[in-house]
Design a protein around this ligand. Structure first.
Ligand SMILES: *[C@@H]1O[C@H](CO)[C@@H](O)[C@H](O)[C@H]1NC(C)=O
Ligand SMILES: *[C@@H]1O[C@H](CO)[C@@H](O)[C@H](O)[C@H]1NC(C)=O
Ligand SMILES: *[C@@H]1O[C@H](CO)[C@@H](O)[C@H](O)[C@H]1NC(C)=O
Ligand SMILES: *[C@@H]1O[C@H](CO)[C@@H](O)[C@H](O)[C@H]1NC(C)=O
Ligand SMILES: *[C@@H]1O[C@H](CO)[C@@H](O)[C@H](O)[C@H]1NC(C)=O
Ligand SMILES: *[C@@H]1O[C@H](CO)[C@@H](O)[C@H](O)[C@H]1NC(C)=O
Ligand SMILES: *[C@@H]1O[C@H](CO)[C@@H](O)[C@H](O)[C@H]1NC(C)=O
Ligand SMILES: *[C@@H]1O[C@H](CO)[C@@H](O)[C@H](O)[C@H]1NC(C)=O
Ligand SMILES: *[C@@H]1O[C@H](CO)[C@@H](O)[C@H](O)[C@H]1NC(C)=O
Length: 537
């Protein structure tokens, strides 16, 4: 703004001086047309210098450092062509009229378009921070008429004058806002020559895309098991929230320096990479996993240790697994590697590489399970592996009063459950048949009890180990013989009463006899005491 104004002021002043000088110069007036020309750089211009002097011996011409050719002339005018004009310059038309010199100074202004206008690529900018966008321009004149504008798409943002240095830089400061992400910025140079009777010229830089990012201060969350058993496959994942733009973030997930194949899922502001890690014998020991999330030129890294271990289950042996009652069985548990074992049934002691126990088995031990637990310390935690074996004790067959009662008395029509269970290993086969007709014993729910089932049954439990027998008597009380039962019950009651009465009578008689004998004895003792003198102790 300042240089342009100064220039115009100077031109005006020159014109004024010229006008003031003229009257005092013997009436001769020197003029130049055009007085202030503006031409493109390298172009040419014709300047008409004229004088009002009409004397024969007058001298007049154009003073310039530029190459000039006189192309036309009249009595008191001359036209000079100035060509290949590179720089601004001052032109002076002069005349000497009868020894009086007058002159008119004009200017020649060169305009040119820039060689280039550039916007330094803004690349990635962190959200919330001020950043600069620098427009660079080389060439372009006159600078007083040049301004630089920053555009966001087709929308003008700011305008600043272009300084004179070559090349010139104009810096725009902006706050990185999320909504500016992906916007296209450009620098546009404006050469406004409208005041010179020319046009408004524009030159623009190539568009440049602005990218804004936000990376949280927190590190990625790497979720991984601390220990992975050899031969197993486990999931690991790495996630980070608060990312912008999440879709542009990339993940690098690796075990040591070996990249892990992973799948990535993007949320609106988050990212998660999932992979699986497999324990291999080669890998045994502590390794590290690394998760690196990259956005813009920023990286966020998290590292975690994972221990790969092998832990075979303990060997639990029963010698022998199938035995007869009364045999001695030995149970032995052996650990592998650095594990220690405990046998749950064995007497408590410090866990070691080996645990064992011996026992005499009985029928109750059939189906008993023995378990051995191996413990291994991995990555600060104790892991367990258990092994279980079931003992099979051969016994039986057994039929007893508890599980196959020998006597049932039920009223007809009632609901009852008839139980008869044989025991043994191998499981015996039970067969109960009624004496006489060989009918089968109706084991199970009886709804209702029928009189037809009454009878005496012979039960046999057979297995490869032998035979067990039990007699089961089923009585069903039914209506028709209830009188007989009442009579027999009454008879029992009467007989009982008579028996009690007889007993009580006999007892009383015995007691009386005893009381008499006691009284008699007491009298005899009293008599003896009176006859013998007292003896000292
Ligand atoms: C040059 O200027 C003079 C004075 O104004 C004028 O008379 C003359 O015609 C001009 N020459 C041309 C070629 O225009
Ligand atoms: C024109 O200006 C340039 C720099 O702007 C300079 O290098 C050159 O010497 C000048 N030419 C003349 C003839 O003054
Ligand atoms: C960014 O610059 C503006 C003006 O230059 C200033 O007001 C603002 O505080 C700055 N903001 C930051 C985050 O630096
Ligand atoms: C600048 O603009 C002018 C006219 O608008 C054009 O002729 C010229 O090639 C442009 N220059 C550059 C470097 O773009
Ligand atoms: C991430 O990995 C951890 C540890 O392996 C797992 O517990 C969790 O379920 C996984 N989460 C997802 C979403 O896969
Ligand atoms: C991982 O293990 C190494 C030694 O094996 C140890 O120096 C390092 O501190 C561990 N890193 C973490 C994050 O626990
Ligand atoms: C096991 O039985 C054997 C022989 O029958 C006997 O000597 C031993 O004392 C028994 N052991 C136990 C623990 O009962
Ligand atoms: C193995 O045994 C240990 C100790 O007896 C017990 O704490 C653990 O829960 C058992 N594990 C399994 C998987 O049965
Ligand atoms: C059971 O065994 C006895 C003698 O070993 C045999 O007489 C009987 O028929 C057997 N009963 C069944 C149901 O196999």
């Amino acid at each position: 703004m300042a240089p342009g104004a100064a220039h115009s002021a100077r031109l005006a002043l020159l014109a004024l001086l010229g006008a003031l000088l003229l009257p005092g110069s013997g009436g001769a007036k020197t003029s130049m047309w055009p007085l202030n020309a503006i031409i493109p750089r390298g172009g040419s211009v014709r300047v008409n210098c004229s004088t009002t002097c009409d004397k024969q011996n007058m001298i007049f011409g154009l003073e310039t450092s530029l190459d000039k050719i006189e192309v036309e002339y009249g009595d008191n005018w001359r036209i000079f062509e100035l060509s290949n004009v590179q720089n601004d310059s001052t032109l002076i038309c002069f005349s000497n009229c009868e020894g009086v010199q007058t002159q008119t100074e004009g200017s020649l202004t060169v305009y040119s378009f820039p060689n280039y206008v550039k916007l330094e690529p803004p690349s990635w900018q962190p959200e919330g921070k001020n950043f600069s966008l620098t427009c660079k321009v080389s060439g372009g004149a006159p600078r007083a008429h040049l301004t630089m504008l920053l555009f966001r798409g087709e929308e003008e943002q700011e305008e600043w004058p272009v300084p004179v240095e070559e090349p010139a830089k104009v810096t725009f400061w902006r706050l990185a806002r999320r909504e500016d992400h992906g916007s296209i910025f450009s620098c546009r140079m404006k050469l406004d020559l409208r005041s010179q009777g020319l046009e408004l010229f524009w030159n623009s830089s190539a568009p440049s895309k602005l990218q804004i990012y936000a990376l949280p201060a927190t590190l990625p969350h790497l979720a991984t098991p601390e220990a992975v058993e050899v031969g197993t496959r486990r999931l690991v994942n790495c996630s980070l929230d608060g990312l912008f733009p999440a879709s542009e973030a990339t993940v690098h997930l690796a075990r040591g320096d070996q990249r892990l194949k992973h799948t990535v899922t993007h949320g609106s502001s988050s990212l998660m990479a999932t992979a699986s890690i497999e324990g291999t014998v080669k890998e045994e020991g502590t390794r590290y996993l690394v998760c690196e999330i990259t956005l813009a030129d920023q990286k966020a890294v998290t590292t975690k240790n994972v221990t790969f271990y092998s832990f075979p289950p303990p060997s639990l042996t029963l010698r022998e697994p199938v035995v007869s009652e009364g045999t001695t069985v030995s149970v032995e548990c052996q650990a592998h590697g650095e594990a220690v074992v405990t046998l749950r049934e064995a007497p408590a002691g410090p866990p070691g590489q080996r645990a064992q126990l011996q026992l005499n088995v009985s029928a109750e031990d059939d189906g008993r399970s023995f378990s051995c637990s191996a413990a291994l310390q991995v990555a600060g935690q104790v892991l367990y592996k258990n092994q279980t074996q079931v003992l099979s004790v051969l016994y039986g067959p057994r039929l007893d009063e508890k599980d196959c009662p020998g006597n049932w008395v039920w009223p007809e029509g009632s609901h009852q459950t008839l139980k008869c269970q044989a025991w043994g290993n191998p499981a015996p086969k039970l067969n109960c048949r009624r004496e006489g007709d060989g009918a089968l014993l109706p084991i199970g729910d009886l709804k209702p009890v029928k009189r037809e089932i009454a009878g005496t049954y012979q039960c046999q439990a057979n297995s490869s180990r032998g035979t067990a027998t039990q007699v089961v008597v089923v009585n069903v009380i039914y209506h028709q013989n209830s009188m007989a039962i009442i009579i027999s019950v009454a008879a029992v009651v009467i007989l009982g009463t008579v028996a009690v009465a007889i007993y009580v009578y006999n007892y009383r008689r015995k007691m009386q006899k005893y009381e008499l004998q006691k009284a008699q004895k007491a009298q005899e003792e009293m008599a003896m005491k009176l006859n013998t003198p007292a003896t000292p102790p």
